[in-house]
Design a protein around this ligand. Structure first.
Ligand code: FAD
Ligand code: NAI
Length: 464
């Protein structure tokens, strides 16, 4: 009898399993794919960042080495090698998860997990056999899957989702992307850097799904355009067809029906929770209209002893959030007071420049009628950014007008994804802008831009 059976080994499931084992639970993990690590490690965060890194280095060598006085001649790349490196990064990490399961004495089962009742999970293996696991509790960590649009059928060759776009064997001549969200912008950047013409068709009038701070969105849109990505905004895709290897995409814009031809189409219009064949009906567990499993603050579903975390529950779909929810869930099972502060979850887009945020946007504060002060500082006034030759962007800090407590922070600029960590800790600890302004930041570092933005909340920047 297990204390906990975790279904799904993504960042939510595998981290929850490890924490549960640390807390002396007897744990099993069920995973339907041959490797552990879920979307994130296999076909998400990790392979996309590997390709973003390779393509960025290529572009840097081609376009910017000359700025440093470095002559490199003709720069070229070997796509097969680039893809193989990405695959190696993935396989070393998924192998690492298998090692962690062993180290923590977690039993693993490969096969499709389905809930029989609140104390039993069936594992259907590839050879058709079924093994039944007995357990005190079940944790659903089955994650999410890409969605498509009516009239746009993913054929995995010409019309692909993110998984297909991580594996093009040739650089597309013209890649059209549906959706200017995170996937569209990250993978669109990869293939643009490698030589594809990239056009992004977006339903809204702005990028990032309308979720980012407007200042950041404006600047990012301008920079991506300058880099060569073309945008068709306020444009709703209504269909796509493939003819002799060419894709024709149809969309509505300004009351007109328009078409665009390309050789590859990437659909990046969001993801849906994955609960197919999970047996939820066997325990009477209902999902929301959009298929999510709802939970209480203990991450327990409406069915006692059945928990859920990660992409399969409502909220942002982020790997680090899934991990945090996983840890909190098992700690709560053990009576430890873990919690997730949803206002302190960093969100990063790994384009160049990177875009990162934590807490409230300016528009959200306005809508909520909260009085706030703003501090802003550009990377172009920072010594390290100049030395790096990477000066696009700024840090913006929003602090409560009365208490000075940091309510939100937004960065567009070099290494924004790493820099946001300081501000996420600040929000979690309830720090004031003054706390950051009075902390010594090493010189010369990009982090000094954060300190200057914090000083600017009180109108006293030193280097501008
Ligand atoms: P998943 O990682 O989806 O894992 C669920 C696992 O459950 C899968 O392995 C699946 O096979 C398994 N499973 C499902 N049903 C069953 C079943 N019935 N039986 C057995 N096993 C089952 N997030 C970030 O924070 N940063 C990023 O940079 C980032 N980049 C991304 C890039 C791309 C291209 C994509 C697609 C996503 C990216 N994400 C990123 C999102 C991130 O991958 C997800 O938020 C995260 O993986 C969710 O973790 P999870 O554990 O909830 O689910
Ligand atoms: P998304 O929600 O970020 O963006 C989807 C975009 O598609 C939106 O801007 C939406 O307005 C647009 N859209 C929807 N229907 C459309 C239509 N008919 N025509 C034109 N545009 C349309 O979703 P995305 O990019 O697919 O990513 C899925 C999830 O994966 C996200 O929730 C994200 O959290 C996660 N992810 C995270 C990453 C990161 O943290 N760096 C990287 C990649 C994915």
């Amino acid at each position: 009898m297990y204390d906990l059976v975790v279904i799904g080994s993504g960042p939510g499931g595998y981290i929850a399993a490890i924490r549960a084992a640390q807390l002396d639970m007897k744990v099993a993990v069920v995973e339907r794919y041959p490797t552990f690590g879920g979307t994130c490690l296999n076909v998400g965060c990790i392979p996309s960042k590997a390709l973003l890194e390779s393509s960025e280095r290529y572009e840097e060598a081609r376009e910017h080495f000359g700025d440093h006085g470095i002559t490199v001649g003709d720069v070229s790349f070997d796509l097969k090698k680039m893809l193989a490196r990405k695959d190696e990064v993935v396989s070393s990490l998924v192998g690492g998860v298998a090692g962690l399961f062993k180290k923590n004495n977690i039993d693993t089962f490969h096969g499709h997990g389905s809930i029989v009742d609140t104390k039993r999970v069936d594992v259907k293996k590839d050879d058709g056999s079924v093994e039944t696991l007995q357990t005190e509790r079940i944790l659903i960590a089955t994650g999410s899957k890409p969605i498509s649009l009516p009239g746009v059928e993913i054929d995995k060759e010409h019309i692909v989702d993110s998984t297909g776009a991580l594996n093009f064997q040739e650089v597309p001549e013209h890649l059209v992307v549906i959706g200017a969200g995170v996937i569209g912008l990250e993978l669109g950047s990869v293939w643009r850097r490698l030589g594809a013409k990239v056009t992004v068709i977006e339903y809204l009038g702005e990028i990032f799904g309308g979720r980012a701070d407007k200042d950041v969105t404006r600047q990012a849109q301008r920079v991506f355009k300058k880099q060569g990505i073309e945008f068709a905004l306020n444009a709703a895709v209504t269909g796509a067809s493939v003819n002799k290897g060419k894709v024709t995409v149809t969309y509505e814009q300004d009351g007109e029906t328009k078409t665009i031809d390309c050789d590859r189409l990437l659909v990046g219009v969001g993801r849906k929770p994955y609960t197919e064949g999970l047996g939820l009906e066997n325990i009477g567990l209902e999902t929301t209209a959009r298929g999510f499993i709802e939970v209480n603050k203990h991450y327990e579903t409406s069915i006692k002893g059945v928990y859920a975390i990660g992409d399969v529950i409502p909220g942002p779909m982020l790997a680090h959030l899934a991990e945090h929810e996983g840890v909190t869930c098992v700690e709560r099972i053990k009576g430890i007071a873990g919690h997730v502060n949803y206002d302190a979850i960093p969100d990063v887009v790994y384009t160049h420049p990177e875009v990162a945020s934590v807490g409230k946007t300016e528009q959200a504060l306005k809508e909520a009628g909260i009085k706030y002060k703003t501090g802003k500082f550009p990377f172009k006034a920072n010594g390290r950014a100049r030395a790096l030759n990477d000066t696009e962007g700024f840090v913006k800090i929003l602090a409560d007008a009365e208490t000075d407590r940091i309510l939100g922070a937004h960065i567009i600029g070099p290494r924004a994804g790493d820099l946001i960590a300081e501000l996420a800790v600040a929000v979690e600890f309830g720090s004031s802008a003054e706390d950051i302004a009075r902390s010594t930041h090493a010189h010369p570092t990009l982090a000094e831009v954060i300190k200057e933005a914090a000083l600017d909340v009180d109108g006293r920047t030193l280097n501008l």
